[in-house]
Design a binder for this molecule. Structure first.
Ligand SMILES: NC(=O)c1ccc[n+]([C@@H]2O[C@H](COP(=O)([O-])OP(=O)(O)OC[C@H]3O[C@@H](n4cnc5c(N)ncnc54)[C@H](OP(=O)(O)O)[C@@H]3O)[C@@H](O)[C@H]2O)c1
Length: 313
């Protein structure tokens, strides 16, 4: 997979200089927004990856699970002002209305964003999927999605849902379609039989559950690996873990930034969630340092090889 970087070497000073206007408009004074030198547009600092159908996807985005009500609207608007372009929502998060409002409040053109939503288990099957998709569009108040995923293909007619998504993709209402939480067997079946190959697979991935085998599989098949819970929601003491803390200290970064940089260097798109503007800004500030081979090798053994979310499986 290829990567497009919209800037060549962006300094912290340049981050601070550009895009401040939109951050200030949202009352974010003091928190830098991120943009390439000479650009009017915050967001140019985030590298994009080209998916297997030619669509470009930002390599870092905002997760929005639990960000409902005013918090949802504010977090999405703040994130966009700071430079985020990828926003991840889902029908089951009950916040598509707020995500849509946050997007409109940000004032950015729709075409500059990459909006993902997901089809929930209760909407499986050909007809239900079409209806579920339309409901998501209506709630978001948009006429297309950049990425639409089958959220959990556990039970129900997920293949019928995929057929509906292929049709919607053909009509240009979805720019890319993909899976989330699918098994290897389900991915094998889809790759062998689908008219439209999945562009993305969104799965739990973090330092404690590194998913190396899935990563290699996806790479082999040209499918973009996207990480949900890139911080494991802080479970198992991630934010104070000793190895991560010492690497963070060495680079003068936070553990959160080390985790996101680790994802980035593995070629994984991460969608960290935060309701705090300081954290939203911090999570974007990962493009000015590099984890070296020793750092990456020290993080590898932190893998516990098991989900940190057994209650969801
Ligand atoms: N496809 C799926 O099945 C699936 C499942 C789960 C999640 N997802 C998606 O993935 C996204 C991310 O996963 P997640 O929400 O489960 O968890 P996460 O991003 O791993 O962790 C979120 C937690 O980290 C904290 N945090 C964020 N930035 C921080 C920072 N810089 N320093 C310290 N703490 C920080 C947040 O608290 P604050 O708010 O206080 O910052 C929040 O408690 C979701 O929001 C959703 O969009 C998808």
């Amino acid at each position: 997979m290829t990567e497009q970087r919209n800037s060549n070497g962006i300094s912290r000073r340049q981050f601070l200089q550009v895009g401040a206007a939109s951050a200030m408009a949202l009352g974010l004074g003091g928190i830098p927004s991120f943009a390439a030198p000479g650009s009017e547009t915050p967001g140019d600092a985030i590298p994009w990856v080209t998916l297997n159908n030619g669509l470009k996807m930002p390599r870092l985005g905002l997760g929005t699970m639990t960000l409902t009500g005013d918090v949802g609207i504010r977090s999405v608007a703040e994130a966009i002002a700071l430079g985020y372009r990828l926003i991840d929502t889902a029908m089951i998060y009950s916040n598509e209305v707020e995500v849509g409002k946050g997007i409109r409040q940000s004032g950015i053109e729709r075409e500059k964003l990459f909006v993902t939503s997901k089809l929930w288990k209760t909407d499986m099957g050909y007809e239900n999927a079409k209806q579920g998709f339309q409901t998501s569009l209506d709630k978001l108040q948009t006429d297309y999605l950049d990425l639409y995923l089958i959220h959990r293909p556990s039970g129900g007619d997920w293949k019928g849902s995929w057929r509906a998504m292929e049709e919607l993709y053909g009509q240009g209402k979805i720019k890319a379609i993909g899976m989330s939480n699918a098994s290897f067997a389900q991915m094998d079946e889809l790759i062998a039989n689908a008219k439209v190959k999945p562009a993305v697979h969104q799965i739990e991935t973090h330092a404690f559950f590194q998913e190396d085998k899935a990563h290699e599989y996806l790479k082999q098949h040209g499918i973009q690996h996207e990480a949900w819970a890139p911080f494991a929601e802080g479970r198992h003491g991630m934010f104070s873990q000793e190895t991560l803390s010492s690497i963070a200290k060495k680079h003068r970064k936070s553990v959160a930034q080390v985790c996101l940089r680790w994802h980035y260097q593995r070629g994984i798109v991460a969608i960290p969630r935060s309701r705090q503007k300081e954290h939203i800004a911090e999570n974007l500030n990962i493009f000015d340092f590099t984890l070296n081979h020793t750092d990456m090798a020290a993080i590898a053994p932190l893998n516990l090889g098991v989900t940190q979310f057994p209650e969801w499986n």
